[in-house]
Design a protein around this ligand. Structure first.
Ligand SMILES: *[C@@H]1O[C@H](CO)[C@@H](O)[C@H](O)[C@H]1NC(C)=O
Ligand SMILES: *[C@@H]1O[C@H](CO)[C@@H](O)[C@H](O)[C@H]1NC(C)=O
Length: 624
């Protein structure tokens, strides 16, 4: 009897052991897949639990929980300043009270925030969250027409700007004044008519919490933040992130193993999803310490990590490449960074990064501001952005479909439906729009919202979100990012909308037409801007005039680096075909007979692109 029992237990143990061994060799990602299943379930469970809390629980409430749990813990470090959770709350209370006292502000008004990375960015957001005001996060590089467009499209009535952006605000001041916008500058004193200094008002205000009742009308559908993305046509579009979406995003770091003791190095712009949602909102859930950096700097990166005891870093592809490009140092491996979370790292850079800076876990993910599906490379497969997982796919049904590169639209079969891409074949990522995976769309831009929707994809009458991203799924179920379609390209971590750039180029006196596209350069992430232009009849191309024009009207990342001057634009082929050809021909003087130019910041002009210059660019001697 006893022996039977022992024997059967041993047999069972052996069978279990064998199953594990076999499944580990046949399914090497078995353990990672299971861990991810649990992680997903926990994520859903936590979210559902929070959604059911009464009174309603928002991201701000999570911050207040943390503040009560550890008021004297450091919330934020910036340069040599340190703010505890309590200090952060007090500063945000002051901002909130100063606004409340203002005759031209009512709680709930939409406020645009025009500020580079600095502590007040976070405190102002917390203040506005307390007042129930949605916040539009303006890119601090934009100017004039783009600035007004971004401000207007979310119906903001208040603009809060950093002191150093005063000139940019003054430039559009008259228009804002006409519209009766309240313009507040974070400075002690301001004598420009129509602009008000705000720092002095904040200092005088009380630091006591504002009543909860001020945000009693907020629901999960209320807008929390507006984040701008460059669209395929024209000016940036505002993607509305509502309270529900923000609450869902709250666990982005905690679900990836970030804990309260971690110190997070935030050096990406706060007006983008990566910096704001992943860095800032993510840290609110973990209750960690944020080390905020005004701007990414490859030469200060590791010294900062050592100085502040950073344990978690954020990246975009460029960050990793720049770090690998810095000169090697003795102390390259002396730091406490254990986790890097971000998007866009290339396989070869990934390997080099680990070799050089030591054993850092890299969590590469894919997500977009407005999209309804995201991936995380939880198995740590070098080069991949994620992995097909049954549970994830059940919650967020997505598919890769065949795509026509020149027409830039999905291929359809004789039944009118899209055709799923085969394994190993590049396809367009589309994800089903459902209650769990909604697509809210762009604010006041029905046309662009419609454009992102795809109907009759796998079944008659179904509705999908068109991500505009080309991907591939390999034999092992890993997902790889391939390219971006449409009229945008990425450069230095920013989306550049080609039509916006060509609109601005053609405003220059000497140019007639402009066709803008991105070209690849060895050793660089993304694509650098190039424009194929025609000169006005009887006009003369003037390199320095064009330089001044793009310098004044476009942010640095959007200025075309290369120029190709054609006698006339081709009319025979379709516009898209011409573009594909231009992209292929690149800026190689031995392949292009048209005059080529390169933007030169030193001489403030466009210089003829010689063979020598070309070689210097391709070999990396000239920095782009
Ligand atoms: C909430 O909504 C009601 C009804 O629209 C309104 O009367 C009230 O002033 C709002 N409260 C706040 C704090 O905005
Ligand atoms: C970093 O850690 C060291 C050693 O644990 C400690 O002495 C130092 O004060 C820490 N620095 C910061 C900024 O927390």
């Amino acid at each position: 009897m006893m022996w039977n029992y022992v024997l059967s237990t041993l047999t069972a143990a052996f069978v279990m052991f064998a199953v594990v061994v076999v499944s580990r060799s046949v399914f090497p990602y078995w353990a990672a897949d299971w861990r991810y299943s649990l992680q997903l379930l926990k994520l859903v469970w936590n979210y559902v639990r929070r959604r059911r809390r009464k009174p309603s629980f928002f991201v701000l409430d999570r911050f207040l929980e943390q503040r009560h749990k550890h008021p004297h813990k450091v919330f934020l470090r910036f340069q040599d300043a340190t703010f505890t959770y309590l200090a952060a709350e007090q500063r945000s209370n002051k901002i909130a009270n100063a606004l409340r006292a203002h005759a031209h502000y009512t709680s709930g008004d939409t406020v645009a925030l025009f500020m580079a990375n600095e502590p007040d960015f976070l405190f102002t957001w917390l203040a506005l969250a307390q007042l129930g005001s949605p916040v539009a996060l303006l890119n601090h590089n934009i100017r004039s027409k783009s600035l007004l467009h971004c401000f207007n499209c979310c119906s903001a009535t208040v603009l809060i700007a950093a002191a150093e952006l005063r000139e940019a605000v003054e430039e559009v001041g008259a228009t804002l004044q006409e519209k009766g916008v309240l313009v507040l500058l974070m400075m002690q004193h301001c004598d420009t008519p129509g602009l008000e200094s705000f720092s002095d008002q904040v200092e005088r205000a009380s630091d006591s919490p504002v009543p909860r009742s001020l945000r009693s009308n907020i629901t999960f559908k209320s807008p929390a933040v507006y984040i701008y993305t460059s669209g395929t046509t024209g000016l940036p579009k505002a993607a509305m992130v509502n309270q529900n979406r923000l609450l869902k995003a709250l666990a982005v770091l905690s679900s990836n193993g970030v804990v309260s003791d971690d110190v997070i190095y935030l050096n990406l712009p706060l007006y983008h999803t990566a910096g704001f949602i992943i860095g800032f909102i993510g840290s609110i859930d973990t209750g960690s310490t944020i080390v905020l950096k005004r701007k990414f700097s490859s030469s200060h990166f590791w010294d900062d990590c050592r100085k502040y005891n950073v344990t978690v870093m954020q990246y975009i592809g460029e960050v990793m490449r720049y770090l690998c490009n810095t000169p090697q140092r003795e102390d390259d491996r002396q730091h406490k960074v254990r986790l890097a979370i971000g998007n866009g790292i290339r396989a070869e850079i990934w390997r080099e990064f680990l070799k050089r800076f030591g054993d850092i876990q890299i969590k590469e993910f894919y997500a977009s501001t407005e999209g309804n599906v995201g991936f995380i490379n939880y198995a740590g497969k070098i080069g991949a952005i994620g992995r097909v997982h049954f549970l994830h796919r059940m919650l967020f049904p997505y598919s890769l479909i065949r795509f026509h590169p020149e027409k830039e639209e999905p291929l359809r079969g004789s039944d009118g439906l899209c055709i799923p891409a085969a394994r190993g074949e590049t396809g367009l990522l589309v994800s089903k729009i459902t209650d769990t995976a909604p697509f809210v769309g762009y604010v006041q831009n029905e046309e662009q919202t419609e454009k992102k929707k795809l109907r009759n994809v796998l079944k008659k009458g179904d509705l999908y979100f068109n991500s505009g991203d080309l991907m591939l799924i390999d034999q092992e179920d890993f997902i790889y990012f391939q390219d971006r379609v449409g009229d945008t390209f990425r450069w230095k971590g920013e989306n550049v909308a080609t039509t916006e750039v060509s609109d601005i180029l053609t405003l220059c006196d000497c140019l007639k037409e402009a066709n803008v596209y991105g070209v690849q350069v060895p050793g660089h992430e993304g694509r650098v801007g190039m424009a194929c232009v025609t000169v006005k009849k009887d006009g003369v191309f003037d390199g320095s005039q064009l330089y001044d024009h793009v310098f004044n009207h476009l942010p640095a990342y959007a200025r075309p680096r290369f120029l190709r001057i054609k006698e006339e634009v081709e009319v025979t082929a379709t516009f898209k075909q011409v573009k594909v050809q231009l992209v292929e021909q690149n800026f190689d003087p031995s392949r292009v007979s048209d005059p080529l130019f390169i933007l030169d910041d030193k001489h403030k002009t466009y210089l003829p692109l010689t063979h020598n210059l070309y070689t210097a660019v391709v070999s990396g001697q000239i920095k782009l």
